[in-house]
Design a protein around this ligand. Structure first.
Ligand SMILES: Cc1cc2nc3c(=O)[nH]c(=O)nc-3n(C[C@H](O)[C@H](O)[C@H](O)COP(=O)(O)OP(=O)(O)OC[C@H]3O[C@@H](n4cnc5c(N)ncnc54)[C@H](O)[C@@H]3O)c2cc1C
Length: 267
């Protein structure tokens, strides 16, 4: 009888671990099966993490203890970012999924490699749906690690796992949109470099259920944006990025900040 893990056992997923297996459509899950260029990046990132980041983990950990500096970026992180960039832009964000795989494999904080969850998702949104101007203004500095961003979907008053429940409003007024709503669990909003929120709200509550929502770019320094408080996850504040409750009260942004179009928020 086949044992679990035996390649012939029924129900076991078969993943290729060899390069050039020639099986169209197969998912490559082993680094050894990567194309040479991707494998070279993978090896470079792994080396950088092992040799440059891991020895400094204790310093970074120390910074997470409660102190006057706890909401500041540990200086060592900035140094590592600069080093990663200087060494080779290829190990800084380039081939994100690859670097994410290594960082997860090694169970390391991803902030050194600029792979924190909200930023990566937001960058993907901007790459896919941003206008050239939105990309210039927000994507480039995000990719360069010059700023951070957050995503405001979840709200305290509704079951937010179903995004059609979101109640925040985005109302057109001339060449602006006026935004009102209360968000929480907004990861990254506490970060001193967080400059942008991709905000989800309703532009038309009367439209069909999945066409009511839109996403809009809100600079965090816009009047009416207030960080109410940091929230804890199992007792941790996850500083300096944190997870915040954020109030948006009569926040006005240019109409050109809308992503993709009205009613396209769940696309
Ligand atoms: C560490 C952390 C970071 C986060 N970062 C972000 C972020 O950056 N931006 C952001 O917008 N959000 C963020 N979130 C919030 C997260 O996306 C939401 O917590 C999640 O979507 C669930 O929504 P909720 O908390 O409103 O739970 P709910 O939707 O209230 O769900 C609670 C439970 O009820 C169940 N449930 C819900 N509706 C029904 C129903 N109709 N029938 C039966 N069961 C139901 C759910 O399955 C779940 O088990 C973060 C959360 C955490 C913990």
């Amino acid at each position: 009888m086949s044992k679990p893990g035996n390649k012939s056992s029924p129900g076991t997923r078969q993943y290729s671990t060899a390069a050039g297996h020639g099986n169209a459509g197969s998912m490559i899950v082993s680094p050894d099966a990567l194309p040479p260029r991707a494998k070279a990046t993978y090896d470079k990132v792994k080396k950088f993490i092992r040799e440059e980041i891991m020895p400094l983990e204790k310093d970074i950990d120390k910074h997470s203890l409660p102190s006057a500096d706890m909401w500041k970026v540990p200086p060592v992180v900035e140094k590592l970012k600069a080093k990663a960039k200087a060494e080779d832009s290829g190990i800084y964000f380039y081939q994100k999924s690859l670097t994410q795989k290594v960082t997860m494999e090694l169970d390391l904080p991803m902030l050194n490699m600029h792979l924190c969850c909200t930023d990566t998702g937001n960058m993907e949104v901007l790459v896919k749906y941003g206008t050239e101007e939105q990309k210039r203004q927000w994507l480039t500095p995000l990719l360069n690690g010059e700023m951070r961003s957050c995503f405001g979907m979840t709200e305290p008053n509704v079951a937010s796992s179903d995004a059609t429940n979101i109640q925040s409003s985005i109302v057109r007024d001339g060449n602006q949109y006026v935004i009102n709503g209360r968000k929480w669990w907004t990861s990254g909003a506490m970060h001193p470099d967080c400059k942008l929120c991709i905000f989800m709200g309703k532009t038309n509550p009367d439209a069909p259920k999945h066409k009511q929502q839109s996403m809009i770019l809100v600079p965090m320094d816009t009047p009416g944006v207030t960080i109410v408080r940091p929230l804890t996850v199992f007792g941790y504040l996850d500083q300096p990025a944190g997870h915040a409750e954020v109030l948006f009260k009569d926040v006005r942004v240019p109409a050109s900040n809308l992503l993709l179009g009205e009613g396209e928020g769940l696309k």
